[in-house]
Design a protein around this ligand. Structure first.
Ligand SMILES: Cc1cc2nc3c(=O)[nH]c(=O)nc-3n(C[C@H](O)[C@H](O)[C@H](O)COP(=O)(O)OP(=O)(O)OC[C@H]3O[C@@H](n4cnc5c(N)ncnc54)[C@H](O)[C@@H]3O)c2cc1C
Length: 386
């Protein structure tokens, strides 16, 4: 059991920190005020090779593990930035890497690695199915040489900033399969090629998150666009989403550390009633508590990511890490908001921006309620509740 980060991980932390220092709070605040995508930051991350960290060297990436990916995104959020702008470029490609054909890997991965192809959207959620992915209705009808897809997705983030995206569909209706997890199929879709058969409408949200409704009408894809075997898409999806959970847990840890830095500094400086507010235990203790919970969540994240990289089944550990990190981060966000008093809601202090970002991760991807339900069932053997 080794609790230390490796030299490589420490070097990554330092290098990513340096890059992020060029994109300070003002940059992120302006992106939010304008509602603009942080294009310069994403390009800098791409140019530095960080978004290709998990792609094997034979396809032009660095061949690092998920643990290193976690360190990268944690550092982005710890700096005050928002890794959600580009995190999917890291994990969406995993469905192709792990389950795609050799032709797909050769055609797509080197371009994802050099940044000429953005594959950073994943169309899973649908309006009527919500958290119950097995009830999705988007349907891919088999035709000669390919499929014709019809349906609707919601919350497809970074679709407008992607050249291709990964889409999950049903190829057998849920009523006709033995196991509900059967009959789902993944496709990699070329957005420009799709033309008018894909229509996207941005959803305005409380935070600067570029997410969309996507309407799919008679979208023609070829057999070569299918990822892996027909009907096995759910299995591939779960596998990809496990790495997503670890990366999101890491962004939450980074957010949490940012809140603790800000709150402890401000609490030591701000004088009210002739003393620093941090001398009041009502201010001090919530910050300490959140710091301790973040420290525990970090250990769990490290364990889950280490198991994942070793190829050991770790769905429970991954879910627990996502839950603990996002809850601890939210606790830190609340403590920070309280510490800043009225200034917490003033945009120039950045607390409200990070507070909104921290809240999202309790809901997406995968709501924490669903994690509690899964842990009850899979780790504790209780009856399935969902
Ligand atoms: C900003 C944003 C970006 C997103 N990006 C993407 C994306 O890129 N791609 C994508 O596919 N999806 C994306 N999502 C969707 C996200 O994963 C879902 O919002 C999330 O999984 C919850 O689904 P829902 O919103 O339909 O909530 P619902 O399923 O309608 O649930 C509503 C509430 O009820 C709770 N609930 C439901 N059933 C149960 C139960 N059985 N037990 C206990 N509680 C329950 C849920 O936990 C939740 O709190 C995004 C969402 C947001 C808000």
């Amino acid at each position: 059991m080794d609790f230390n980060y490796t030299d490589t991980q420490l070097e990554i932390r330092e290098a990513v920190g340096k890059l992020c220092a060029e994109f300070g709070n003002e940059y992120w605040r302006n992106c939010e005020i304008e509602g603009s995508y942080p294009e310069k930051f994403v390009q800098a991350m791409t140019d530095a090779g960080w978004l290709a960290a998990l792609i094997p060297q034979e396809y032009g990436g660095s061949g690092l593990g998920v643990m290193e990916g976690c360190v990268i995104l944690e550092e982005v959020n710890h700096s005050g930035g928002n890794g959600a702008a580009c995190h999917a470029q890291m994990y969406t490609m995993a469905s192709i890497l792990n389950h795609g054909s050799d032709e797909q890997k050769q055609r797509i991965l080197p371009r994802v690695a050099d940044g000429s192809l953005r594959l950073q959207a994943f169309g899973v959620t649908e309006p009527d199915a919500g958290s119950n992915t097995l009830q999705i209705k988007t349907f891919a009808q088999k035709v000669n040489g390919g499929y014709v897809i019809n349906g609707q997705k919601i919350w497809t983030s970074r679709y407008m900033q992607s050249h291709m995206y990964v889409l999950i569909t049903r190829t057998t209706p849920v009523q006709e399969v033995k196991k509900k997890t059967d009959g789902l199929t993944l496709f990699v879709v070329d957005i420009a090629k799709a033309g008018k058969s894909l229509k996207a409408r941005p959803i305005r949200t409380m935070l600067n998150h570029h997410t969309n409704e996507v309407f799919i009408e008679n979208l023609e894809v070829s057999d070569e666009d299918r990822i892996g075997e027909e009907g096995q898409g759910f299995r591939y999806l779960v596998d990809t989403l496990n790495s997503e959970r670890l990366l999101v847990a890491s962004e939450s840890l980074g957010d949490g550390k940012w809140f603790i830095d800000q709150a402890s500094r401000y609490a030591s400086e701000r004088v009210v009633f002739d003393r620093p507010i941090g001398r009041n235990q009502g201010i001090q203790f919530p910050i300490s508590k959140a710091h301790m919970n973040l420290t525990a969540a970090e250990l769990m994240r490290n364990k889950a990511a280490t198991l994942y990289d070793a190829g050991v089944p770790s769905a429970n550990e991954t879910s627990i890490a996502k839950y603990l990190a996002t809850e601890a981060s939210w606790e830190a966000a609340e403590a920070c908001m309280t510490t800043f008093g009225g200034y917490g809601v003033a945009t120039e202090y950045n607390v409200e921006r990070k507070w909104k970002e921290a809240r999202l991760f309790r809901t997406a991807p995968l709501s924490n309620n669903l994690i509690l339900a899964q842990v009850a069932q899979h780790a504790l053997g209780m009856p399935r509740s969902y």
